[in-house]
Design a protein around this ligand. Structure first.
Ligand code: FMN
Length: 175
């Protein structure tokens, strides 16, 4: 698949049928490591690959609680949640958050190439940040804050190049 086909085929997938192989996970993590990071400060970002069912369930519950909908499953029963954390300089550290978003998007595009389903996840991360016990369980390095993540897994959904309206995002041209 060429790069543009991967970009135009990517979509959020929220239904999963199984786990990744070690090789697939390795490819996703390599894609994460290939992401751009501001000033190349790779030591300011951190990945946590969560496959432990008990912990996934706790994050799911914390996310549902913060989103005030106990019946929802903000991790969608995905077999893998890759949490991206950053050493933020403050609440307005836009470089820190942007680093994390770029890492997630790289993995999402790699997931398309591998035929895996994936979805950016920020809602459940709010739940993690509101739960000190859960934060402790994640055992993040000192000073790191969970920013976002990607759920990923095998899926029955397929990818095809999507029709992307040119006015989907408002664009201003200044000439
Ligand atoms: C920053 C960001 C946060 C998102 N957080 C969530 C989330 O917590 N839960 C979810 O189901 N989807 C989440 N999404 C997926 C969006 O809902 C999705 O990208 C959007 O509806 C467009 O659909 P598409 O990805 O299929 O093109 C997030 C996407 C982005 C970029």
């Amino acid at each position: 698949m060429n790069t543009l086909d991967a970009i135009f085929s990517r979509k959020s997938v929220r239904a999963f049928t199984g786990d990744l192989t070690e090789e697939e996970l390795g490819t996703l993590l390599k894609a994460a490591c290939a992401a751009p990071v501001g000033r190349a400060l790779f030591e300011n970002v951190h990945l946590t690959v969560i496959t432990k069912k008990d912990l996934l369930d706790k994050i799911d519950c914390a996310g549902a609680a913060i989103l005030q909908n106990p019946s929802m499953h903000p991790l969608y029963n995905a077999p893998v949640f890759i949490l991206v954390s950053a050493k933020l300089s403050g609440p307005n550290d836009n470089v820190g958050y942007s680093n994390c978003a770029g890492i997630v998007q790289n993995m999402a595009l790699a997931a398309v190439e591998l035929g895996l389903g994936s979805c950016h996840i920020w809602g459940a991360v709010r739940g993690i940040n509101a739960d000190p016990a859960l934060l402790t369980e994640l055992n993040l390095p000192e000073g790191f804050t969970p920013c976002c993540g990607l759920i990923v897994g095998k899926t029955e959904e397929t990818y095809a190049v999507r029709d992307i309206p040119e006015d989907k995002i408002k664009i201003a041209f200044i000439k």
